[in-house]
Design a protein around this ligand. Structure first.
Ligand code: NAD
Length: 507
């Protein structure tokens, strides 16, 4: 129990607390309230008032505020990167990269919100020529954003930034493992928008997230594991609250026979091991063409052996942020070996107390958990493909479908493979670069979730469309009246044949 001040606070002094600690040392960073339903509900009530104020500000004023926030984030990026490093364990440079991408998205959302969501006229049809028609996109009101710990800036900004740009107030529940970063973000926003609590934080563990789902928010944007996503959707079903689910993945990287192997190795290695593999779009499976399989594997292994994980700010990657994940990694590796998979680098002994050293396994049967389930660690499986088609079939034989990467030289073949992949995102001859193009959507299919953040789709996700028609003049053919002309039916029939009776199509 504790007495911790809270912004706008209506928290009870009996509210339990939890601590956020450095993964590397266990040192306490800060204590936070493990908020109950009452506190979450009170926060959502405050957000409702702020939502009206924020929506009434209009596009220009909101854009200026959001651009002011991104400028502040850019000026203080070093400070934030250091906090991300301390609380999550990733190297400072990786944290900076995450912040840079987040700022790009915030800027794009702020600058494009009116263009994408602004009210506009649309054409009526010939039968409704007397109507003027307008389409608008209204904010939902209060959006609840629940975030994970692996990208504690980039992931929430994809929802928070786009939801704010669309005119919503946001109540943000960061992961209990990265609450200090979440609090930093919310406090920095309040410096730019001090008038109303447009962006608020609720701190806590899973129970606080569940309370937010039940607090009457108008939309829930959840990023986290598939298992928790199911619970969030079940909770949202009670109130028919719309949900956006950004969940786990088991991304594949396909390396064709004509690929630039050094480039493919470099990208696949960073995609697999960067951030200790704790990336939803991490390269967890590689399918390399039989013709270059051995060469690719040798090069990958040599580079993997050179990595130096640890808790130094400039280590290749950091310790596992959440200790519990280590058991899953160990299980996957042991099972893969029992199934006949070959250990190329690392193996069971690479799984330490907190730091997991690089693990490369090859020829692991496709039905092993290490191939089918998310490992979320610095482990990569390298299996063979006969050709790109075979690789796509293997990549697609997954419960997940988040991202994928392709390496090769034949642009036509790569484009065809990209179309066939059952994923939300594909990167050709690079890893994850779609994340750096703010106009592109981000999201998955299957157990990777549904709905999209980023780009125009990401703005539409946080607004509801509304259609309005206004009669400009009385139509000679009134359709919706009991006193319509007796020959209305005959006229409509003739009009239908004239307008739609031809089989050919002309625009
Ligand atoms: P998690 O599901 O354990 O937790 C995510 C968030 O949900 C946390 O804030 C947690 O407190 C909260 N939560 C827990 N129980 C809840 C409940 N019953 N109701 C509401 N909220 C609840 O996930 P994690 O371990 O924090 O994150 C790792 C997972 O997130 C991985 O599977 C990863 O692939 C996925 N992820 C996906 C994306 C994406 O964009 N698709 C991005 C980052 C991470």
């Amino acid at each position: 129990m504790g007495v911790i001040p809270s912004r706008g606070g209506t928290v009870s002094i009996d509210t339990p607390t939890f601590q956020s600690t450095e993964p590397a040392t266990g040192e306490v960073i800060d204590s936070f309230l493990d908020m109950t339903s009452d506190e979450v509900n009170a926060t959502v009530d405050r957000a409702r008032i702020a939502a009206t104020w924020w929506a009434d500000l209009g596009w220009d004023a909101r854009r200026e505020r959001l651009l002011g926030w991104k400028a502040l984030l850019a000026r203080r990026a070093d400070q934030l990167a250091w906090l991300v490093h301390r609380e999550g364990g990733k190297p400072v440079e990786d944290a900076l990269l995450e912040i840079a991408l987040s700022i790009e998205h915030l800027t794009w959302a702020a600058k494009n919100a009116e263009k994408v969501l602004g009210e506009r006229r649309v054409k009526p049809s010939l039968l409704t020529m007397n109507q003027s028609a307008r389409l608008s996109y209204e904010p939902f009101g209060v959006v609840g954003v629940i975030g994970p710990w692996n990208y504690p800036v980039f992931t929430p900004v994809g929802s928070v930034g786009y939801a704010l740009a669309a005119g919503n107030a946001v109540v943000f529940k960061p992961s209990e493992y990265t609450t200090a970063v979440g609090q930093w973000m919310v406090e920095s926003f309040a410096q730019v928008v001090p008038e109303q609590p447009v962006l608020q934080i609720v701190t806590g563990r899973g129970g606080t997230g569940a309370a937010l789902c039940a607090a009457g928010v108008d939309k829930i944007s959840f990023t986290g594991s598939t298992a928790t996503g199911r619970k969030v959707m079940a909770a949202a079903a009670q109130t028919l609250t719309p949900v956006l689910l950004e969940l786990g993945g088991k991304d594949a990287c396909l390396v064709d026979a004509d690929a630039d192997l050094d480039k493919a190795v470099d990208a696949a290695l960073f995609g697999a091991m960067g951030n200790a593999g704790q990336t939803c779009v991490a390269v967890e499976r590689v399918y390399a063409h039989e013709a270059i399989f051995d060469e690719f594997l040798d090069k990958l292994a040599a580079r993997a052996r050179m990595l130096e994980p640890g808790s130094h700010p400039t280590s290749s990657y950091g310790p596992m942020t959440v200790a519990a994940q280590i058991h899953i990694i160990r299980e996957h590796v042991q099972h893969a070996i029992e199934c006949g998979g070959r250990v190329i680098v690392g193996g069971d002994e690479a799984v330490g107390e907190r730091v997991v050293h690089p693990i490369v396994l090859a020829d692991v049967p496709e039905n092993c958990p290490a191939v089918t389930d998310e490992s979320f660690g610095p482990v990569v499986i390298v299996n063979r493909m006969r050709d790109l088609n075979d690789g796509v079939d293997k990549a697609n034989a997954s419960q997940y479908g988040l991202g994928a990467s392709l390496f090769g030289s034949d642009r036509t073949a790569l484009a065809a493979a990209a179309r066939r992949l059952r994923t939300g995102m594909v990167s050709i001859n690079s890893w994850v670069m779609y994340a750096g193009v703010p106009a592109l959507p981000w999201g998955g299919v299957g157990n990777s979730g549904f709905g999209r953040i980023h780009g125009p789709d990401g703005l539409h996700e946080f607004a509801r469309s509304k259609g309005v028609v206004r009669e400009r003049f009385t139509s000679p053919l009134v359709l919706t009246s009991f006193s319509r002309r007796p020959d209305t039916g005959a006229l409509v029939s003739k009009a239908l044949v004239a307008l739609h009776g031809r089989r050919t199509w002309r625009s």
